[in-house]
Design a protein around this ligand. Structure first.
Ligand code: NAD
Ligand code: 6OD
Length: 488
């Protein structure tokens, strides 16, 4: 009997195409199968890359920055027209609150296309004059050209936001794109292919392939010799594998990887704002944001009071289905990911953590018990070298520890293989500037968290990534500069 479930197909060379191999799309809310997804093999990847190359040789390769900016604006408008479909797709795959999908995920999908449309329209080249030895006034200028074919590999935690964050600038710079979304979140990516089709981009300029990483679409794409540059968001270990693949042919990479981020609360902070801020930075999206604070350092005079208030706040968070009134937290992305998070809870017990709150699985007594839920969890009492303080859990959990001095907290914040971001809570801006300079991270938020000006550089140090994207930094990664020196 034919299945009534939606079948998500690849988008290759301007057409939606199926492939024989399939996998199931599972709802993390209750474990039910909500769709079937085509899995790309080497053949689909070869066709997508060939189409992308052909688009470079055709109208897309000859397009002007203004024409591409117009195309990006059409895509943004098309996402807006189908806004609620995108929200539904994102919510179905992830189980996140509807409100978050509306205000963060899909809203940022639109903004990513708008902001890179503006940026590429404004982006000028460099111009320099110089007197040569023969007395001639020589001038040099730069041309911004696409790399050619860019592979975009994205994760499941903020599916549309993180996919469009890379697809938009790659297209803005005139590249052809072959995108592979996470196998956990294929739905909003498929809708994106539909709106790009509606926006009338030439066939092959944007291609979408579904599948897994190793031995599947991700590996075949990143190893493909005709892919000119790879942009990846995901786990640091996956980044290492992709970097090895990119070494063949010396292809450029841009990596946004994991984090074990610190929040630092100074004794002079606005107490209530700091508590609310840390609740947000630790538990937003069920802790599944690379920027989440999994390590919280609180200046000793306010430590006990802070832990008590954080516990009260965490216990008030409403866990529930996307459309429930006032819901704060949905499930994790999958049962497999929940097992990983629960393993860390067990490890934390073994490493001597006190569980201030949480540490288990909520029981609903309905279909949700088949889903991937965990309680927001707070630990104290772990040593700085505990695995739970050093390794990224990527769930709704933070460890809170006291500190006494600025030098000490700088040392402890920096004692990490990761270095994505830090959040600092204080009224003393002098101290904030001094500490921000000393933290070994790509981004510091002071009295806020995850507030994004899309023109600013985004990225991390150490295991958290390579390079910066955002604003002109994205334009630099997604283009090659050619210098032309003219002796008139
Ligand atoms: P992941 O590395 O498992 O997967 C990310 C993507 O890579 C998926 O599309 C996956 O199919 C693909 N992939 C996996 N193995 C591959 C391989 N060998 N070759 C090619 N592609 C492969 O990451 P995830 O579990 O989807 O996402 C969570 C991780 O992403 C966390 O570590 C989180 O911190 C990180 N992340 C970082 C940022 C950032 O901006 N720094 C943003 C979001 C997520
Ligand atoms: O806001 C962004 O542009 C961005 N790249 C966010 C990443 C979040 C990580 O989970």
């Amino acid at each position: 009997m034919p299945s009534s479930l939606p079948l998500l197909r690849h988008y290759i060379d301007g057409e939606f195409v199926a492939s024989a191999k399939r996998f199931s799309n599972i709802s993390p809310v209750d474990g039910s199968v909500i769709g079937e997804v085509c899995e790309a093999g080497q053949d689909e990847i070869d066709r997508a890359v060939a189409a992308a190359q052909a688009a470079q040789a055709g109208a897309w390769g000859r397009s002007s920055a203004n024409e591409r900016a117009d195309a990006l604006l059409r895509i943004a408008a098309a996402i807006e027209r189908r806004f609620e479909e995108f929200v539904a797709a994102e919510v179905a795959d992830t189980g996140r609150p509807l409100k978050q999908a509306r205000t963060l995920d899909v809203a940022r999908g639109v903004q990513n296309f708008r902001s890179f449309a503006e940026l590429v329209r404004q982006a000028g080249g460099e111009f320099h004059e110089m007197r040569a030895l023969d007395g001639n006034d020589v001038f040099s200028y730069t041309l911004r050209k696409p790399h050619g074919v860019v592979a975009v590999i994205s994760p499941w935690n903020l599916p549309l936001l993180l996919l469009t964050w890379k697809v938009a600038p790659a297209l803005a710079c005139g590249n052809s794109v072959v995108a592979k979304p996470s196998e956990e979140t294929p739905s909003s990516a498929t809708l994106l292919a539909e709106v790009i089709h509606e926006a009338g981009l030439p066939a092959g300029a944007f291609n979408l392939v579904h599948g897994f990483g190793p031995g599947s679409a991700g590996e075949f794409l990143t190893r493909h010799p005709e892919v000119d540059a790879i942009t990846f968001t995901g786990e640091s270990r996956t980044g290492e594998t992709i970097m090895r693949a990119a070494a063949t042919g010396v292809r450029e990479v841009s990596f946004e990887l994991g984090g074990k981020n610190a929040a630092v609360v100074l004794a002079d902070a606005d107490f209530d704002k700091a508590v609310a801020g840390v609740l947000r930075s630790s538990f937003t999206n069920s802790g599944q944001v690379c920027l989440c604070s999994e390590r919280v350092y609180v200046e000793r005079p306010i430590f006990e009071r802070f832990v008590t208030a954080l516990k009260a706040g965490a216990e008030k968070l409403k866990i529930g289905c996307p459309d429930e009134e006032g819901v704060d937290m949905g499930p994790l992305i999958s049962r497999a990911h929940r097992d990983k998070v629960l393993d860390y809870f067990a490890l934390a017990r073994g490493e001597g953590a006190s569980f201030v709150t949480g540490g288990g699985v909520p029981r609903f007594g309905d279909a949700r018990d088949g889903g991937a839920w965990v309680q927001p969890t707070i630990w104290t009492g772990l040593a700085d070298d505990a695995r739970c303080v050093r390794e990224e859990v990527f769930g709704p959990v933070c460890h809170v520890a006291p500190f006494d001095a600025d030098d000490e907290v700088v040392r402890r914040v920096n004692d990490s293989d990761y270095g994505l971001c830090a959040a600092l809570w204080t009224r003393d801006l002098g101290r904030a500037h001094a500490l921000s300079r000393r933290f070994r991270v790509g981004m510091v938020w002071v009295n806020t968290w995850f507030l994004r000006d899309l023109r600013t550089p985004f990225g991390g140090v150490g295991l958290s990534g390579i390079g910066r994207e955002g604003g002109r930094h994205s334009l630099d990664f997604y283009s090659e500069l050619t210098t032309v020196c003219v002796n008139p």
